[in-house]
Write a protein that binds this ligand. Structure first.
Ligand code: FAD
Length: 517
């Protein structure tokens, strides 16, 4: 391991834009901001013992500084620490987990949890499952009675149907089904040869990056129903505006995150973590005592081939290498000295976040079971287009999760909470029909999390790639700059956008940095 500590401080701290004067001016302001582990949103029981971090002011040094204590940052830190590397993780929030956030909404029901962020684990996600097993976080499937009916709201009409008997709602005619299945076959044929590590190098990359998914669907899928289904299958990963998502990025996502494929070739049911997904990062952080500093918003990074210094208010951390795990657009908001190459900067400024508001409604029971419903709803109108049963393993209370995505989020987010809540409950009332609508519209508890307004996420589920971006700047997504390395789910070739992608990106970045030390 090279011993380069200190080289950057002598080279850069005197006279640079992040000089000592500025650092110490900011130190005072940091007194309240730089906290140790803040209170976990989980109950004391599920969060484990209170954690103590180091005093988060002053100057520190380590081998590798990691920016962001989400899943990817904590996996990278764990992996490096296992190899004897001295790591420090700097996290802007007063909690760990990033886009994983679990809440126990009612202290009188400590086993009832909700995940405001990521929650579902899919089959074929070996690293995430192995991690959960190692950390003793059990998984479960939402208990849904066999032969339950799904709800579909189409053109203002309600349908109830059994997807086990026929996967399509009753109004789907044979030509629509064939168009959907042909469309999937066509997309599969196109994405099969794509190298997930470098989609921009595919022989057809230029052509596909000039097109949008919406454009391709309009030209190649001759059924509006099939077009909507395929669009949903892909944009469900990002909640992007459908327009600018490039066809090349679509093909990448369909292969990488398998959402589209799994609809047509199910590999098994999705599962969830008993007690919530945020336990994984919390447990990872607990096993890194004194290494994770929360309340440390990194605003600047000095870097050279020899090392880095990361600056948070009142805190400077010097290291040989840095791993930056933020979604690309947030990574681009840090000030770098020297400035990053233009190509990297252009990539980050052109990788917008999708937008979702995740809503939970809690009811005394799963009232939908009275009518043999599964709680699942799909709708082609309204702010809420997807609803799923999100009840705890015991099945009580009844919990529905609903997603306000894309345009719906853009429209409803600026409204006051009572207006948004009224709209959501009105739509739920409609979907559950004349027999159950009253129950659906009157939950005991209504909870929501608007990820677009979250200062340290700025959207959900993740960053996405607009037309032409990848063939112009794709290689900059992961290419190290000096001593700076990139991680985060958006950088993962496999399961991009998902928790598994975050884990894999943390492992990949740790391996790269270990090689370089
Ligand atoms: C509503 C929602 C639902 C989802 N559903 C699923 C699902 O069901 N299944 C699934 O697999 N995935 C799901 N995801 C995606 C999954 O949550 C993410 O892929 C994963 O959590 C990303 O982890 P990460 O470490 O890459 O990024 P993040 O969790 O975003 O971590 C980055 C960290 O950096 C911190 N940070 C930001 N700026 C700074 C700064 N300047 N200085 C210091 N720290 C900073 C952030 O606070 C954050 O903690 C969902 C996400 C959301 C939001």
């Amino acid at each position: 391991m090279k011993q380069t500590r200190g080289s950057i401080s002598s080279a850069k701290t005197n006279g640079g834009w992040l000089d000592r004067r500025r650092f110490f001016t900011l130190a005072g302001a940091a007194a309240g901001a730089a906290t140790q582990f803040g209170p976990s949103p989980l109950s004391a029981q599920s969060a484990g013992p209170t954690l103590t971090g180091p005093t988060a002011t002053g100057e520190r040094s380590c081998d590798v500084v990691i920016i962001g204590a989400g899943l990817s940052g904590l996996v990278a830190a764990t992996q490096l620490a296992k190899q004897g590397v001295d790591v420090i993780v700097l996290e802007a929030r007063n909690r760990v987990g990033g886009r994983l956030l679990t809440e126990v909404p009612d202290p009188s029901m400590p086993n009832v949890f909700i995940d405001h962020g990521g929650q579902w684990i899919s089959p074929n996600q070996p690293n995430l499952m192995a991690l959960a097993n190692k950390l003793n976080v059990p998984m479960f499937q939402t208990p849904v009675a066999a032969n339950s009916l799904s709800i579909d709201f189409h053109n203002g009409t309600l349908y109830r149907y059994n997807p086990k008997i026929d996967p399509y709602p009753p109004y789907w005619k044979q030509p629509d089904r064939k168009a959907a299945e042909d469309g999937v076959l066509d997309l599969e044929g196109m994405y099969d040869p794509i190298d997930l590590a470098a989609p921009w190098e595919d022989a057809n990359a230029e052509k596909w990056d000039d097109e949008t998914l919406v454009g391709w669907l309009a030209d190649n899928v001759k059924s509006k129903l099939a077009q909507a289904l395929l669009l949903r299958g892909v944009t469900g990963v990002f909640n992007s505006s459908p327009g600018p998502l490039s066809l090349l990025a679509t093909l990448f996502v369909a292969k990488s995150a398998e959402d589209l494929i799994r609809k047509f070739k199910p590999t098994g049911p999705d599962t969830r973590f008993v007690g919530g997904a945020q336990q994984i990062p919390i447990k990872l952080a607990q096993a890194l005592p004194g290494r994770v500093i929360t309340g440390a918003y990194v605003y600047g990074i000095e870097h050279s081939a020899d090392g880095v210094t990361a600056y948070a208010p009142g805190l400077a951390v010097q290291a040989q290498r840095a791993i930056i795990t933020l979604p690309p657009t947030l990574a681009g908001r840090i000030q770098y000295d020297p400035p990053l190459p233009a190509a990297r900067d252009h990539l980050t400024e052109s990788t917008p976040m999708g937008w979702v508001i995740k809503v939970h409604c809690i009811y005394p029971t799963r009232f939908w079971q009275q009518k043999s419903l599964s709680g699942a709803v799909a709708s082609d109108s309204g702010a809420i287009r997807v609803v799923v049963d999100n009840s705890p393993p015991e099945g009580t209370p009844g919990i529905l999760v609903a997603f306000i995505e894309g345009d719906g989020a853009r429209e409803l987010a600026p409204q006051p909470l009572p207006v948004r809540r009224a709209e959501v409950l009105k739509e739920l009332g409609t979907y559950f029909g004349p027999d159950l609508g009253q129950d659906a519209a009157n939950p005991k508890l209504y909870l929501e999390k608007n990820w677009g307004d979250d200062a340290y996420a700025r959207g959900a589920y993740g960053g996405y790639w607009t037309q032409g971006l990848w063939t112009t700047y794709g290689p900059e997504l992961r290419a190290p700059v000096d001593s700076l390395y990139w991680a985060g789910t958006e950088t993962s070739p496999k399961w991009n956008g998902k928790m598994e992608g975050a884990v894999q990106s943390g492992l990949n970045a740790a391996a790269e940095v270990l090689d370089a030390l």
